[in-house]
Design a protein around this ligand. Structure first.
Ligand SMILES: Nc1nc2c(c(=O)[nH]1)N[C@H]1C(S)=C(S)[C@@H](COP(=O)(O)OP(=O)(O)OC[C@H]3O[C@@H](n4cnc5c(=O)[nH]c(N)nc54)[C@H](O)[C@@H]3O)O[C@H]1N2
Ligand SMILES: Nc1nc2c(c(=O)[nH]1)N[C@H]1C(S)=C(S)[C@@H](COP(=O)(O)OP(=O)(O)OC[C@H]3O[C@@H](n4cnc5c(=O)[nH]c(N)nc54)[C@H](O)[C@@H]3O)O[C@H]1N2
Ligand code: SF4
Ligand SMILES: [Mo]
Length: 735
């Protein structure tokens, strides 16, 4: 599309922002080869013109001189540019040597968050399959593993994570999510603020359960300042009240199994019993239950705040169960499943969960989804004499910065240096990739042309949108999928390697994610193969500016459910057993009086996990890597707003400014993740000038969700004291 009336050199391209799950539609205006403006696309069928401040960072990223454009090979303490052919040959030789000497499990792979935001991810999975390694990790094990595990046990497949139909609900109960900032996750809701406000405007109500009075809580009718980790008790108390008053089933929905067992376990969970554990009074628990049951439609939606708890899986089970027993499962305004153009959930639901197929070398963690929890990655590399397999000797990271993103007791730095070979597929020299022997940078997000496989599955409305290229890739530049495909060829056990590589390469180059997407759309539920001439093709989606709206979510669990008896399981035995065990546990006494505050996380509108801090507009203004603390807690420690403090846990300590505010529950403190850019040798100077501190140095990798090994970074006990650290300037914090 070319803007009318503008000079010929100016053009505007409609595409999506691929920085977070919301995937908002954007209009990118370019003058010659420079982005001059990015705005929301009012014609986008999902985001209707909304964007957050991060969207403009796409321009900063594209033009960032520090973004890598050529492969970099380590020489001593620095890097030098090399050609692609040389780079892949080097990767191939070194990876194959490691495999020959130490076996296939000696090569590990970490797949990071941004990989999921590009259809290139399917080629990442191909590489993973070609490696045949059991040491595979991803951001999912510091993210939604608990949600997937609960879905597997209840609906028969981990891919069947229900989403909140917030555009039609009459009552929204949010636990441990801050969509006003995150714009939704595993429920894609661009412009969450407007969508949440709309619930109230149409006469519905919104309740936010969160230890912090968040940006979302400020939009709600009610904020319930739960104790961190208190959610399962709150939900058990609510279920006790509801079951005493009778289970409802969504009309036309599939049978629910296990209601009696469920009633058995919640019988003892009176609101009075649960109140002290939840940190919420009994009357509130009872009222929240009755309001949820009485609403015309209602949906409980929980996300990262509760995933990052030792009770992550249990809480997501209780959330789904609360929706089911109030007749809100698979029903408009409740918890639903999408019907996306590429029906990934339907295609993948029979694959099995890969739970317990193998375990970590220490035996501590079982595989899930055929991967191991990332909290154990440093251990796996460093080895420790325990375990039956040798340590990991080589690593491939793809779009990940685990040094900042994952708790590894601060040992990942050392672990990465001890590897025989490390290749990072990343466009920056980060806290992680600075340890690599080879860095392979993909094109910038604006040089990609693709069709998203994943997030339409989690959208609040069915839709099909194409992502157009703003710039042609620079000469010789490669997309992630091309890098993945070349690495795959290098590690495949090909006969006559030299001769056959050319042939396979030509084949893979011809395929590509776009061709796969075209096929997926064609055979999908809206595709031309099923719907005839009115049906979708990739070409039609591509030609439709702003995408195609495919209507509201439709009840479809009956056709998706993958349990053997085709019923929804409300009382999986292992969840019931774990609940009984928790209920007999006396108050969480860690025996560590020394650590008297509970540390949780928080996200900010201008941050995106570990990697937007090199864009000046994303770090300007106030210091955001602060420890947020209640005035009573600050006063008890004589701490002054804005001054540096030392936050210490059992395993580490960091120095950050203290931010005093009554928006956080007393006894709780919050620090954002993704900071700590002051490591030697990183290639992002703006980030390094606004370093913040790495909160994951405080979190204990041994503290995980009981069922999945997902990192439980909202369950860490810390203490906070004034520091005399001389290097720390006093921060300006404006509110
Ligand atoms: N304490 C604490 N830790 C957390 C969290 C928390 O709440 N608290 N949240 C967790 C969550 S939910 C997540 S998802 C993880 C995320 O953690 P990671 O998986 O490490 O993901 P990012 O931090 O987003 O890192 C992205 C890296 O990918 C690179 N990159 C960006 N785009 C591309 C691309 O298109 N291609 C390639 N090849 N590289 C790219 C960036 O330069 C950056 O180095 O962090 C987790 N860590
Ligand atoms: N701006 C921005 N947007 C993002 C990201 C980002 O880094 N920045 N990251 C993206 C990613 S990878 C993800 S996974 C999503 C996450 O999306 P959200 O789940 O919405 O993430 P958070 O904003 O971290 O919200 C978690 C909330 O849980 C609360 N919490 C902590 N502990 C508990 C507890 O025990 N109980 C309850 N009830 N609440 C608790 C925290 O106070 C916080 O408000 O966001 C995505 N969007
Ligand atoms: S919410 Fe912001 S970062 Fe996320 S897709 Fe929309 S514009 Fe991009
Ligand atoms: Mo995430």
């Amino acid at each position: 599309m070319t803007a009318e009336g503008a000079a010929v050199s100016t053009r505007t391209v409609a595409r999506q922002c691929t920085l977070c799950e919301a995937h908002c539609g954007i209009l990118v205006t370019v003058d010659h080869d420079k982005v001059t403006h990015i705005q929301g696309d009012p014609e986008d069928v999902l985001s209707h013109g909304y964007i957050c401040p991060k969207a403009t960072a796409l321009a900063g990223l594209h033009h960032d001189p520090e973004r890598l454009r050529r492969p970099m090979r380590r020489v001593g303490d620095s890097f030098e540019e090399i050609g692609w052919d040389e780079a892949f040959a080097l990767a191939g030789t070194r990876l194959r040597a490691v495999r020959r000497r130490h076996g296939r499990d000696a090569i590990a792979m970490y797949l990071g968050n941004p990989a999921a935001h590009s259809s290139s991810v399917v080629y990442g999975i191909a590489l993973r399959l070609a490696l045949l390694t059991r040491k595979f990790y991803s951001a999912s094990s510091i993210d939604q593993f608990p949600q997937e595990f609960a879905a597997w046990k209840m609906f028969g497949s981990n891919v069947l994570m229900p989403i909140a139909d917030i555009d039609r609900t009459d009552r929204l109960l949010i636990l441990g999510a801050n969509p006003a900032v995150s714009n939704g996750s595993v429920t894609t809701m661009p412009d969450a603020r407007r969508r949440i406000t709309a619930i109230r405007r149409r006469g519905g109500s919104v309740v936010v359960v969160d230890p912090r009075r968040t940006e979302t809580a400020r939009l709600a009718d009610e904020h319930v300042a739960v104790r961190p980790g208190g959610d399962p008790y709150l939900l058990l108390g609510m279920l006790h009240t509801i079951l005493a008053e009778g289970v409802r089933r969504a009309p036309g929905s599939i049978p629910l199994a296990g209601t009696e067992e469920l009633a058995g376990v919640v019988a003892a969970c009176t609101p009075e019993e649960m109140a002290p554990r939840a940190g919420v009074d009994a009357d509130t628990i009872r009222r929240l239950a009755r309001d949820h049951a009485a609403a015309r439609s209602a949906v409980a939606y929980a996300r990262i705040g509760v995933c990052h708890q030792v009770t992550g899986t249990l809480t997501h089970w209780l959330v789904n169960t609360l929706n089911a027993v109030t007749g809100n499962l698979d029903r408009p305004g409740g918890q639903m499943f999408s019907t996306p153009p590429i029906d990934a959930a339907r295609l993948l639901r029979r694959l099995g969960s890969g739970y317990g197929m193998w375990s970590s070398r220490t035996g501590e963690h079982a595989s899930f989804r055929t991967e191991l929890p990332v909290v154990g990655m440093a251990d796996e590399i460093l080895g420790d004499g325990k375990g039956s397999v040798g340590p990991v000797r080589a690593l491939i990271t793809y779009a990940g910065n685990p040094v900042l993103s994952t708790p590894q007791s601060g040992r990942l730095d050392d672990a990465l240096d001890s590897l025989d070979f490390f290749v990072a597929v990343d466009m920056y020299i980060t806290e992680t990739s600075r340890h690599a022997d080879l860095i392979l940078p993909p094109v910038s997000h604006l040089e990609r042309e693709e069709f998203d496989f994943l997030f339409p599955v989690f959208s609040v409305r069915n839709n099909a949108r194409f992502n157009a290229r703003v710039f042609e890739p620079a000469a010789g530049a490669l997309e992630d999928w091309q890098i993945m495909s070349r690495l795959t060829l290098e590690v495949l056990p090909l006969p006559f390697r030299r001769q056959s590589t050319g042939l396979f390469r030509a084949l893979l180059d011809r395929l590509g994610p776009l061709r796969l997407a075209a096929l997926g759309v064609l055979i999908g539920p809206h595709g031309a193969l099923r719907r005839g001439r009115r049906g979708l093709t990739l070409g039609r989606i591509r030609r439709t500016r702003g995408g195609i709206d495919l209507g509201p979510l439709r009840p479809r669990l009956q056709s998706l459910v993958a349990t053997r008896d085709r019923r929804v399981h409300l009382a999986p035995p292992e969840f019931v057993e774990e609940t009984r065990r928790l209920l007999t546990e006396t108050e969480n006494d860690t025996g560590e009086q020394e650590f008297d505050l509970r540390l949780i996380g928080r996200r900010h509108l201008r941050s995106n996990n570990s990697w937007l801090h090199n864009i000046p507009t994303m770090v300007k203004g106030r210091d955001r890597c602060t420890v947020l603390m209640h005035p009573d807690d600050a006063a008890a420690r004589s701490l002054v707003h804005g001054r540096p403090v030392t936050v210490r846990s059992r395993i580490g300590s960091i120095v950050v400014p203290v931010e005093v505010s009554d928006e956080i529950r007393a006894g709780t403190v919050a620090i954002p993740h993704g900071w700590g850019h002051d490591e030697k040798g990183v290639g992002w100077s703006t980030a390094a000038a606004h370093p913040g501190a790495n909160v994951n140095l405080l979190h204990d990798p041994a503290v995980t969700d009981t069922f999945t090994g997902n990192a439980a970074v909202n369950a860490t006990m810390v203490n906070v004291a004034a520091t005399s650290e001389p290097s720390m300037p006093e921060a300006t914090i404006t509110r």
